[in-house]
Design a protein around this ligand. Structure first.
Ligand code: UT7
Length: 335
């Protein structure tokens, strides 16, 4: 029996900055509304044709590999979390194996939206704990910009999401007091349709249906979010799953050194911070600069916090996420 630890972290965001003012030139929105409701000032969008979910994931992965001190041939497995796969199938995991020139290691795709990276870490942690693998590349990467409704009709969703990628190398840790202490995963499919892109789907509308209907009011392939309902569930589930992780490890709120919440909305993070009476430097937020990058948000924030020296050896670090599904989860780490 082993533990797993994060031995390397990296992130990549496209250079192309899209400010709230830029969006308000094409959508009926404004900087004041976006900042007041979400905290977001700007986000990144890829240049179409130059980058994809896989290519930005690979850029983040290269940094994580280099920092971990391993070489690419040491990687035993890939776990890739995204909702914005380059292809309908195959998923991006195999494209990473190809683009990084890895051995023919296994590649698993995780599609748990905003909770994707937390789920992916949990999966990787199990493989390392049992001794099956020593080093696993875990990626959370997302390209939203090409799939959003960039008209006023889609303003409730389009202003929130951004593109980006984060990656971690998860490695064997023999000291059982360190590394990932536990992971906690949940779902509630009753609310699947509250945050959804319905089409194309084999159970509903396929591409041929959309093309043959040629209906200008067809929204089935655009993101739909019942924002207030999602918000209300998020604040409850975030708190629950953080508490669940603390309890499982005989920890209390006073043991938390750093909380990295999924960057869904700055107001959600602030609510959680208040609920746990955490200080500003105990909760890391960067949604102001990147928007909500779903599966990429936790690894990007974790990497930035680590780069800025905000995480030290021995710290209790908590990752927590909530999103479409609904799915939610937490990871408790002693760094
Ligand atoms: O990461 C996955 C999980 N996702 C989340 O956790 C997101 C959770 N939800 C939210 O963050 C918030 O619900 C939003 C930021 C999405 C929306 O904020 P809200 O305070 O819930 O606004 P709302 O949807 O209730 O809309 C309020 C008003 C409406 O106008 P009326 O009907 O009051 O006249 C909207 O039409 O704001 C209007 N509105 C906008 N106005 C300017 C909606 N989007 C925009 C916009 N710019 N972009």
């Amino acid at each position: 029996m082993y533990h797993s630890k994060i031995s390397g972290l990296g992130f990549y965001v496209p250079d192309n900055i899209v400010t709230n003012d830029d969006l308000s030139k094409i959508i009926d929105t404004n900087d004041e509304w976006i900042q007041e409701r979400t905290g977001i000032r700007e986000r990144r969008h890829i240049i179409r044709g130059e980058d994809t979910t896989t290519t930005i994931g690979v850029k983040a992965a290269k940094i994580a590999i280099e920092r971990s001190g391993i070489v690419k041939d040491d990687i035993d497995f890939i776990v890739f979390a995204t909702l914005s796969s380059d292809y309908y199938f195959p998923g991006p995991g195999v494209l990473v194996q190809r683009d990084l020139g890895l051995k023919t290691v296994g590649a698993l795709d995780v599609r748990n939206q905003c909770s994707g990276f937390v789920y992916a870490l949990s999966v990787a942690d199990q493989y390392i704990k049992t001794g099956m693998y020593k080093n696993i590349l875990v990626i959370g990467s997302e390209v939203h910009s090409v799939g959003l409704d960039m008209t006023s009709r889609g303003r409730g969703v389009s202003v929130i999401f951004g593109d980006g990628a984060g990656a971690a190398i998860l490695s064997r840790e023999e000291d059982l007091t360190k590394g990932i202490l536990s992971t906690h995963l949940h779902s509630e499919g009753e609310h699947a349709e509250e945050l959804i892109v319905k089409a194309p789907g084999m159970g509903g509308r396929w591409v041929s249906d959309i093309l043959s209907d040629n209906d200008p009011d067809d929204e089935s392939y655009l993101p739909h979010m019942n924002g207030q309902f999602v918000f209300k569930n998020a604040v409850v589930r975030f708190a629950e799953v953080i508490n669940e992780g603390l309890l499982a490890n005989n920890l209390t709120v006073s043991d938390i050194d750093m909380l990295i919440p999924h960057q869904a909305n700055l107001r959600i993070s602030q609510f959680i911070q208040q609920k746990f009476s955490l200080k500003d430097d105990q909760v890391y937020n960067n949604i102001q600069r990147y928007g909500n990058t779903t599966a990429a948000s936790v690894p990007i924030a974790l990497t930035e916090a680590w780069e800025q020296g905000k995480i030290k050896s021995g710290d209790i670090v908590i990752l927590a996420a909530f999103g479409s599904g609904f799915t939610w989860g937490s990871v408790i780490i002693r760094w």
